[in-house]
Design a protein around this ligand. Structure first.
Ligand SMILES: *[C@@H]1O[C@H](CO)[C@@H](O)[C@H](O)[C@H]1NC(C)=O
Ligand SMILES: *[C@@H]1O[C@H](CO)[C@@H](O)[C@H](O)[C@H]1NC(C)=O
Ligand SMILES: *[C@@H]1O[C@H](CO)[C@@H](O)[C@H](O)[C@H]1NC(C)=O
Ligand SMILES: *[C@@H]1O[C@H](CO)[C@@H](O)[C@H](O)[C@H]1NC(C)=O
Ligand SMILES: *[C@@H]1O[C@H](CO)[C@@H](O)[C@H](O)[C@H]1NC(C)=O
Length: 948
């Protein structure tokens, strides 16, 4: 129903002293004054937080777990661990030993005290997240069953409550997701797929549940399949005709903006607000908004126009002058300006409800439009674009993939995410892909990303499988998607919605190979990812782009006059054209540094290789007797490519991934043979990290250089940012926040200006390029110098002046592998740059420096000598000083003792005697109660691996 309640007041103030192009009538009444005159006297809803209730946890049918202390939010594993019923789920082989918890049913119960029983009050249960298959009763009466971890559920229990003879008890019974999905899969007539389409890691049938897909195991994680009230839950009591806002959509876009298309940056902003409530919104209701900056100044306020009320939702919008507010920018590209939006629902002289959301003004578009003639003229290959634009600017997306930071979400808190995201910012990253088979990130994660400027490419929770398309499943997904899109949309850090992970490039390809000629799989894919999910995005927001699959060749057609505007390209390619983003894994380490083995695309959304975590991290989870490389506990915690699921009887599966790491280390580096077994283990863990980091460095350099090549490559997000537990994985940051070699190397190579060398493995051509992701030209000098491994400078360095354009690359040196002046067996080239330029949106000129090394990748063929490393800590500055006194130190590594969290400004670098004393800054995040931690810092380099 559309109801124009009144002449919209369209009241606008501005954060600027005056507006040259004021588009709106000046206010006749100040809405701020109207709001302040306090009509707010409707009795507010009463909110009972169910985390305050006394919960008990019971396993029906299991006498050993009856009435232990439970919590909300929590999960059964966490409460069982807290009560001492089970050991730490992360320790040793408990991933296997606690499978019975996943196979059990769990019942949470609590009395709900203090509810208001006055006449006319309505009583609701409101669950922000139930994981997953539940049957809920209140005062002994069945309320509902639920089956979707990602939906918000709300139930009117007024009549049950009013007839409840005593204090009502709330019971939430959770069924075993493992058993229930098995039963769903076995239903007569249930859909099946060609065997091999579903990627099974531990428990099968995950495609039948709307629950975190990695709960059933993944190649980097355990399989606990937890159950519980995983997000906050409330009882809400409403006075007669009261309402309670349960979800808020706030969409800020440019007037005329359409999803997936670059908008007119001079158009006014449209602020669209839509509130979902418990209770009924009167058809005569109105909406007002007040926009307040972070210094508490009101910058705009007024009634929303074009109000529509449909039962429990009220929607309206207002235009805000384009110049009125400061833009929000990602990390490294400008400031993160944020505003509070106070939104109120009025009826007559009453304020029925109000809600505050923090948001920002920005446009973010994934541009997949065809390459234009102007772009062809610049030398860009034909095909389509595949890059992000922030506030109308192309930029280079630098980042990684964010997986669930814990197998148990209730213990993921703001401290953990703040520390993790600080590492993202410190690592010069501006974007994370929030991988599709975990959970939709809670608001606090987006809030931290909003503040730190981390763009979150967000995904619906579907990955590495094909999914059912029966009506009930699709209806369930539709509810989930609408809720999540509306909940998250106000966060300026939200960059994109993708339908799921590795669907077009992997799943449809697998299905096509296993079941040739059958178009059913693609049709079903489109039913879910185009017909259901696309409208959930386009129907709720104009500001966010959508792609059905994380890796995709984009669309053939985007036509908003079609019922579903997007027609996918798939493999409908023209030779010589370049289309989409790329996903690259190759576990044959013999070609790890062959640039021709890397994909040529517009954007690299995942690529990687696994490595071991540090000794210190292993010590958190392993018995000391298991601290050796191929101990069975370690092998069984390696979940890389277990064919058909990993269990203690197919141990060989786990060893395959161990062997890949071992082979790669042996192929390129001296590997340790220390007599002390723990030191040997620690050095082995480290050398696997060196290979991993070196491999990513090579790929990131290659992708970044592509910004100036015909592919116009504009993004590199490696797999994966962080760990879910202590295990060999693709992560750059270990479970407790410790940086692996990878995160330091990524930090180095994600600097705005980099210099790097490139070997063409077909022609033997060698070259060096300077690559810049600044938005304006930078000028500087590249210096190339040959040294031997003793650190002797072999000839005077060559200085090459250069100018590098915005988002571009420039060649500063060229040679061939066969005509080098010195042998790579005994010498290496040190490349460095110094340049001046400006960071985006900065009025200042900055100086940029970067160094890199051109050496043989086979450092195990080089004779390394004792570098005579010295390390000291300066208590006054908090910095370390390091020095190589005798010879070149390759891959110098500063190592923190167990329990200490922090990061060095740089690490994993080469140190030459001619560098003298080098200062290395350090930021301490937590000393773990060990004031003397600095003395426990150790230092090593590749040479140490050659010592007994
Ligand atoms: C709201 O409060 C004002 C001032 O106290 C009073 O005049 C008005 O009657 C109240 N309205 C309702 C509906 O109680
Ligand atoms: C789940 O299935 C397993 C294996 O069939 C069975 O042992 C277990 O009792 C089942 N759990 C429940 C709660 O029925
Ligand atoms: C509540 O309403 C019912 C039915 O209208 C009435 O019988 C009862 O007396 C009322 N109770 C109170 C406490 O007002
Ligand atoms: C803005 O107002 C809030 C609430 O009154 C207060 O806590 C905060 O400190 C204020 N911020 C500034 C920048 O004045
Ligand atoms: C309200 O609706 C009218 C008519 O469709 C439209 O012209 C106007 O732009 C809308 N206002 C806003 C703020 O969206």
């Amino acid at each position: 129903m559309l109801s124009f309640l009144q002449q919209p007041l369209a009241l606008l103030a501005s954060c600027l002293p005056f507006l040259p192009s004021m588009k709106f009538p000046s206010p006749s009444i100040s809405t701020a004054a109207l709001l302040a005159s306090s009509h707010v006297n409707v009795t507010a809803a009463k909110v009972f937080d169910l985390s305050d209730a006394k919960w008990t946890l019971t396993s029906p049918g299991n006498d050993s777990v009856v009435g232990i202390k439970g919590q909300v939010p929590s999960q059964a594993h966490l409460d069982l661990f807290a009560a001492g019923v089970i050991p730490d789920p992360y320790f040793g082989l408990n991933d296997f030993d606690l499978r019975w918890v996943a196979r059990s049913n769990w019942s949470y119960a609590a009395e709900v005290e203090g509810l208001d029983s006055s006449n006319g009050t309505s009583t609701w249960l409101l669950f922000q997240g139930l994981d997953t298959f539940t049957s809920i009763s209140f005062c002994g009466q069945h309320v509902a069953s639920t089956n979707n971890q990602f939906r918000q559920y709300y139930f009117d229990v007024s009549s049950i409550f009013s007839s409840c003879p005593s204090t009502p008890t709330l019971n939430i019974n959770f069924g075993s997701a493992v058993n229930i999905t098995e039963a769903i899969a076995n239903q007569p007539g249930q859909e099946t797929w060609p065997v091999g389409v579903e990627q099974i890691y531990e428990f099968p049938n995950r495609q039948f549940m709307r629950k975190e897909q990695s709960d059933f195991g993944w190649d980097w994680g355990p399989a606990f399949a937890p159950a519980g009230v995983w997000l906050p839950a409330f009882v809400i009591q409403l006075p007669p005709s009261g309402i309670y806002v349960r979800n808020t959509l706030l969409d800020i876009h440019r007037e005329g903006q359409l999803n997936n298309l670059p908008p007119d940056q001079s158009a006014p902003w449209i602020v669209n607000a839509s509130l979902d409530v418990l209770g009924t919104v009167p058809s005569t209701a109105a909406l007002a908004i007040e926009i307040i900056d972070m210094s508490n100044n009101t910058v705009a306020s007024g009634f929303l126009e074009n109000i529509t009320v449909s039962g429990s939702t009220i929607t309206g919008s207002v235009a805000v002058d384009s110049e009125a507010c400061q833009l929000w920018w990602p990390n490294g590209l400008g400031p993160q300006n944020l505003y509070y939006f106070n939104i109120s629902v009025f009826d007559g002289d009453q304020t029925l409800a109000s809600v505050t959301k923090r948001s920002g003004f920005r446009t973010i578009v994934l541009n997949m439009e065809p390459i234009s003639q102007a772009q062809l003229d610049q030398g860009i290959a034909p095909g389509n674009n595949w890059h992000f634009e922030i506030n109308g600017h192309e930029f280079y997306a630098k980042g990684s993939n964010f997986i669930p930071p814990d197998a148990f979400w209730p213990r993921v808190n703001e401290t953990k995410i703040t520390q993790l995201f600080q590492s993202v910012v410190d690592g010069h990253q501006n974007m994370l892909r929030v991988w599709a088979s975990g959970v939709y990130s809670p608001d606090f994660i987006y809030d931290i990303a909003d503040e730190m400027g981390i763009l979150l490419w967000s995904e619906f929770e579907f990955g590495d499988a094909l999914y059912p398309v029966d009506a009930e499943f699709l209806a369930n997904v539709k509810e989930e998607a609408n809720y999540q899109v509306r909940r998250v949309n106000h966060h300026p850090s939200l960059a994109l919605w993708a339908g799921g992970n590795e669907l077009e490039n992997l799943e449809l390809e697998l299905a096509a190979g296993l079941d040739p000629g059958n178009d059913r799989w693609r049709q079903e894919y489109e039913q879910l990812f185009l017909d259901i999910l696309l409208p959930a995005v386009y129907g709720n927001t104009k500001s966010i782009s959508y792609i059905p699959s994380s890796t995709t060749n984009g669309y053939l057609t985007l036509n908003f006059s079609l019922p579903i505007p997007m027609i996918e390209r798939y493999n409908n390619e023209t030779p010589g054209s370049i289309y989409g983003d790329t996903d690259h894994y190759n576990y044959d380490s013999s070609i790890a540094f062959n640039l021709s083995s890397y994909p040529v695309g517009r954007f690299a959304n995942e690529f990687g290789f696994h490595s071991m975590p540090s000794l210190q991290t292993w010590q958190q989870a392993l018995d000391p007797s298991d601290l050796y490389f191929n101990s069975s506990t370690i092998v069984l915690r390696n979940h890389h490519y277990p064919p058909g699921g990993l269990n203690t009887s197919n141990f060989a599966a786990g060893s395959a991934g161990m062997a890949e790491m071992t082979l790669a280390a042996e192929r390129y580096y001296p590997v340790p043979h220390h007599s002390d077994p723990v030191a040997n283990f620690s050095a082995w863990c480290w050398i696997t990290q060196i290979f991993q980091a070196d491999f990513y460095r090579s790929q990131i350099e290659y992708y970044r250089r592509g910004s100036g090549f015909r592919e116009r490559q504009l993004g590199s997000l490696y797999w994966q940012l962080e760990d879910i537990w202590q295990a060999p994985t693709w992560a750059g940051i270990e479970y407790d926040g410790r940086w692996k070699v990878l995160h330091y190397v990524a930090k180095d190579i994600y600097q705005p200006l980099i210099i790097a060398s490139y070997l063409n493995d077909t022609t033997g051509g060698l070259s060096a390029y300077v690559t810049s992701d600044l938005w304006s030209e930078a000028k500087g000098t590249a210096t190339l110098a040959w040294y031997d491994y003793n650190g002797t400078l072999l000839s005077p360095p060559t200085n090459v002046p250069f100018t590098v354009g915005a988002l571009n690359t420039t060649k500063v040196w060229q040679s061939t592998i066969t005509t080098l002046p010195y042998s790579l067996k005994t010498s290496f080239m040190h490349l460095s740059l110094t340049a001046t330029g400006s960071l985006p949106n900065s009025p200042n000129t900055s100086t940029f420096t970067h160094t890199s090394i051109l050496a043989t990748p086979h450092l195990n063929t080089v004779t390394l000598s004792d570098p005579g490393l010295l390390l000291s800590y300066n208590n006054n500055t908090g910095n370390f000083t390091v020095q190589a006194t005798k010879a070149v130190a390759a891959w110098v590594w500063l190592d923190l003792p167990a329990g200490v969290l922090g990061n060095f400004d740089s690490n994993a670098f080469w140190l030459l005697p001619s560098d003298g004393v080098r200062e290395v800054g350090f930021s301490l995040k937590s000393d773990g109660g060990n004031g003397g931690w600095a003395e426990g810092v150790t230092m090593r380099s590749l040479w140490d691996n050659t010592q007994p």
